[in-house]
Write a protein that binds this ligand. Sequence first.
Ligand SMILES: *Cc1c(COP(=O)(O)O)cnc(C)c1O
Length: 561
Amino acid sequence: MPDEFNRTPRIAYFTMEVALRNDIPTYAGGLGVLAGDTLRSAADLQLPMVTVSLISRAGYFRQEIVDGRQVERAQFWDPAQSLRSLNAKVAVNIECRQVWVGAWMYVLPGIDGGRQPVVLLDTDLAENSAPDREITHYLYGGDDHYRLQQEIVLGIGGIKMLQALDFQVLRYHMNEGHSALLGLHLLQRFAYDSADLRPGEPPYDIPRVRALCDFTTHTPVEAGHDRFPYDLVQAELGDYIERPALRHLAGDDSLNMTLLALNLSERVNGVAKRHAEVSSRLFHGSKVNAITNGVHACTWTSEPFRKLYDEYVPGWGHEPELLGRVDCCAPDAAIWSAHTRAKQDLLALVKARTGVALNPELPVIGFARRMTAYKRPALLFADLDRLRAIADRYPLQILLAGKAHPRDRQGKQLIENLHAYMRALQGRIATAFLADYDMDLALAMVSGVDVWLNTPLRPMEASGTSGMKASFNGVPHLSVLDGWWLEGCIEGVTGWAIGNHVDNGGDAPALYQKLEDKVLPLFYENRPGWLAVMKGAISKNAAFFNSHRMMRRYASEVYIR
Ligand SMILES: *Cc1c(COP(=O)(O)O)cnc(C)c1O
């Protein structure tokens, strides 16, 4: 371990998934990409952090589409190709036996020489039994029992590993509740001598643990919060923590990881203003601070726009606020030509992967999400006759992508339904579904389409980030008012809203009406007006919804206070 990273006390950032690079498949979707953007900005801003995550040797999964259905394949990768194996081992107790945990180091480079250490935990060691060697293989794979073992390795193994590697930890930041067991280790570290206790008093210095931890919650969806039955917890962890204290902190009926994280954290953060309000209600009035998400500027800007920004707003990578000047400084012709190039690149990729030749002159509506019920991927297809009628007046094309979690049957059904709609539209509206949505495909799509569509069920979209990525590429967002869009939408200036603030039921007709009355006529009949919206997306939204702003806020309001 080079002591390059040991001299400065660091914020230890714990996350189940992290999108470091496209060829390191230790992420599933939005949460991991956000974690990656967090680190990319921390690297650029030279914030002293160290990240802890799992090695996920089998990745999440690689998606293939066969006869309109999702097929999942494990995505085994070789950590030795891009990471350095660390000479450190710690043991955690699972089911009364020792499970050994090793680690790999990835150093994420930033601009101006910033370097962020990332420690990825690995139980695939010769010392362990065959089943234990697989604990860190499958991201979000397996059952409750497997998940709890992963979370023991992440939280307890992670904190021990940082100690073994001689990191000095200033604070612990839990990115989502998966890592909350780290708090149990801290409770043990700060246990009172039982002789000094009054009866009924918890034998741990809880305030001291709280003073060291922060938590960011990412979803108001119940399934997003892990809960483990206490008999399972007992079997896996034994009496790691005294039972009444654990129930007091993590819930009476089952171990609720979100509640545990909440009760052991000084600062609790939501990922957008509305999400912080919703979370505060979900957590019975706890104070939830709102730090709205952002995306990493350089990572999510296509090459043609990077060149354009370098020319007209140099320094934008370090100060994305400068993008606020693009509407006045960059000529329309340069913006249109950058977009045209990004669109050509995307259409070439669509042709190569699917055989579908989209027309570069016609608008492309893009939609790519985790395929799950609350994201409503089928909303655009709710009334096929209406959609065909709109396309007869204003021809349009549709591009889709997204993975469904292997156990999300509804999500997988949605992928099948989308393929049925695509067949039904054949000959009238050109459509394509791109398999295996990942970081590279996300950048190609958010930069190469003309409109980025988002249709979540309110208030389920905690933040959403792909619409922010689109804004860096001058692609206007057309979305339900939820998550970040409640803050980012200025109607007709940065994009358009679907429906109103509250009513989920009227969204399909509202979407068709907005397309037919506003979006498509502007595209076809008023190119300067269209360019004004492209520039509005860049100047008003990319300038604000970036992870540099987000991390400057975390630094000043959460980490250093
Ligand atoms: C950005 C991104 C997401 C998250 O997008 P949302 O808008 O939050 O749905 C998911 N997957 C990949 C690969 C991404 O790049």
